[in-house]
Write a protein that binds this ligand. Structure first.
Ligand SMILES: Cc1ncc(C[n+]2csc(CCOP(=O)(O)OP(=O)(O)O)c2C)c(N)n1
Length: 617
């Protein structure tokens, strides 16, 4: 047998025997562990779909047939099987391959994904387009049980089930989201998984399949029989059947033979098909099997011991938030915490431990989380909704209609705001200031350091309406100046320039000030703290004192703090220079590389200010 890197994939897959495919699965697992231990990435989810990815590429004729990976964090094996194994040393790094499907990276990647629960909608849309244009190919969505907690998936099932279009939904059910999966559907899937009758039935499925001579009408008839027996003998009301899908399974997602058989059959069935596949998250690597959530997304680690390399000892912004809100909730019984399948990532694990009844993990359902919070606020509580900036985009309408319009005291703890690095385009949190800025009644705060975040949390719960506090990924800064939260904070006046820095851009602002000073430019520094309402009095005072006002924010310029400030200074003759992310999607890479590339590092900012001043002179 050839070595992994010697194959020409996916063509060579068609030539291998079932036994060789099983050996290949071992090789791929070794390859994943060895590579991801160096680059970091989504290990556990990929280890769980090795056989499934091999079987899909073996049975379907990609890239003509379309595979759509929900979220896309589990597409590494697919990438290996489509000619990208050699690029894995550059995974998620600047200029290297992405950790998510990217159309521009490969013709085998059918869509750029990253946000959960879109695959069934995409598959339904692609199937509809295919049928309208009279083309002939298969479409398969591969969705995890975590992603199946997202409302969009149900909108898609509801629509696709009755469409009669040929399409396949493969449910990759490992019982896990990032942490243990939650909710009623998850419980229902658990029942399907553990049912003793299911085991009996699985044997029946096997028997039926073995009696079928080949692929074709006979197979379909056989399947129909199995399906009916499954429906009526085992499960009183198969949810997916009722929605209009032909449901098959559950089958063992690590059994190559079973997978090949089931996929080959599902491929031949007319109409929408739902194939339920059971997998183990972290399969084949003990540490990841034992603690899959730790290896869902990991940094570099030692592959022999499984020990993850330390990421520094200072507390992260998420941890600072989690600790403070837990402390506040001890005295304020009205504080409740709401998360969307990310309690751990947003620092709420401790809150849940201390206040299990006051913690609500609603699944990957950001829109629901926000309206649920609105309901709790209407019921007299002080909900704190902790969601990453990029995923809160999902809840735009709920924030507007159900929170802001009602002026309800919901506190949004917006984590991973600004650029996030290796996850790239789909995950950078660089739009929240813009999408919240125009919402009436909303207060938007951005802390520059740990203590300021704590003070802002205290301040936010004194407000009568909605409030958003946005902070970035990584270690919380520790700075020296502190004042009560009641507007912007003037740190230094500047005769030539005054720099208004938003949140995490304050240290960069201080550095820019120093660099300008060396060039003989007297620059001041203001910690904006409030993005909304704007501290207009302080802005106009700044315009009175200085010749140029500069704004720095880790957000797109369009609709952000800088534009609001410039509008507030419209009557002033003083010029405004806005620094923030340009009007485009930002690729993956380290945050440092991205800031430098887009000339948002202190040195580049100082140079651009100098150039501007020289031009004006
Ligand atoms: C809208 C949205 N919210 C949250 C996330 C973060 N997220 C990425 S993967 C994941 C869990 C997915 O679980 P599942 O679909 O079961 O896949 P598994 O990793 O278990 O294979 C979550 C919550 C996301 N990508 N998109």
């Amino acid at each position: 047998m050839k070595k992994l890197l010697e194959y020409k994939f996916p063509q060579d897959l068609k030539k291998l025997t079932e036994y060789e495919l099983e050996i290949l699965a071992y090789e791929i697992r070794d390859f994943l562990i060895s590579n991801i231990s160096k680059t970091g990435g989504h290990l556990a989810s990929n280890l769980g779909v090795v056989e499934l990815s091999i079987a899909l590429h073996r049975v379907f004729d990609t890239p003509k047939d379309k595979l759509i990976w929900d979220v896309g964090h589990q597409s590494y094996v697919h990438k290996i099987l489509t000619g990208r194994a050699e690029d894995f040393c550059s995974l998620r790094q600047w200029g290297g391959i992405s950790g998510f499907p990217k159309v521009k990276e490969s013709e085998y990647d059918t869509f750029d994904t990253g946000h959960s629960s879109t695959s069934i909608s995409l598959a339904a849309g692609m199937a509809a387009a295919r049928d309208l244009s009279g083309e002939d190919f298969h479409v398969a969505a591969i969705i995890g049980d975590g992603a199946l907690t997202g409302g969009l998936a149900y909108e898609a099932l509801n629509n696709a089930g009755v469409s009669k279009a040929n399409m396949l939904v493969v449910l990759n059910d490992n019982g896990m989201s990032i942490s243990q999966n939650t909710g009623g559907v998850s419980k229902y899937l658990g029942k399907l998984r553990s049912s003793q009758k299911y085991t009996d039935l699985k044997n029946k499925v096997k028997k039926n399949v073995s009696e079928i001579p080949g692929v074709g009408k006979g197979v379909v008839a056989g399947l129909q029989h199995v399906r009916d027996s499954l429906k009526y003998a085992v499960l009183d009301g198969i949810m997916f059947e009722e929605l209009g899908f032909k449901y098959f399974g559950p089958i063992d997602g690590h059994n190559m033979g079973e997978l090949l058989e089931a996929l080959s059959m599902a491929r031949e069935v007319e109409g929408p098909v739902f194939l339920h596949v059971i997998t183990k998250k972290g399969k084949g690597y003990k540490s990841a099997e034992e603690t899959p959530s730790k290896y869902h997304g990991t940094g570099p680690f030692d592959p022999t011991t499984g020990l993850q390399h330390s990421t520094g000892s200072a507390p992260s912004w998420s941890e600072v938030f989690g600790k403070k809100i837990t402390a506040m909730a001890k005295d304020n019984k009205k504080i409740v915490a709401i998360g969307a399948a990310m309690l751990e990532g947003t620092g709420l694990k401790g809150f849940k431990k201390r206040f299990p009844k006051r913690t609500f993990d609603v699944g990957i359902a950001e829109g629901h989380a926000v309206t649920f919070a609105a309901g709790m606020a209407a019921g007299g509580y002080r909900p704190v909704v902790a969601i990453y900036s990029t995923f809160l985009q999902r809840a735009y309408d709920q924030i507007m209609e159900d929170v802001c319009l009602q002026n309800l005291p919901v506190l949004f703890a917006i984590d991973r705001a600004g650029i996030v690095g290796a996850d790239g385009e789909t995950h950078h949190g660089m739009f929240d200031l813009s999408y919240l800025n125009h919402m009436p009644n909303m207060t938007i705060l951005a802390p520059s350091d740990k203590e300021e975040l704590e003070d802002m949390l205290e301040y936010a719960v004194t407000l009568d309406g909605p409030c958003a506090i946005r902070y970035p990924r990584g270690e919380a800064a520790v700075l020296e100046f502190h004042q009560p939260i009641n507007g912007s904070l003037l740190l230094e006046e500047g005769r030539d320039v005054e720099i208004w820095a938003v949140g995490n851009m304050l240290p960069a602002g201080a550095e820019v000030r120093e660099l300008l000073k060396r060039k003989g430019i007297e620059a001041g520094l203001i910690n904006a703290r409030f993005v909304k309402p704007l501290d207009e009095k302080a802005i106009l005072a700044s315009a009175e004192r200085t010749k140029l006002v500069v704004t720095l924010e880790d957000n797109v310029i369009t609709g952000g703090f800088g534009e609001s400030l410039a509008a507030a200074m419209m009557e002033s003759p003083v010029k405004v220079l806005n620094f923030g992310w340009p009007d485009c999607f930002i690729e993956h890479g380290s945050c440092r590389q991205l800031f430098e590339t887009y000339k948002l590092d202190p040195k580049s900012i100082a140079e651009r200010i100098c150039e501007y001043i020289e031009k004006q002179a």
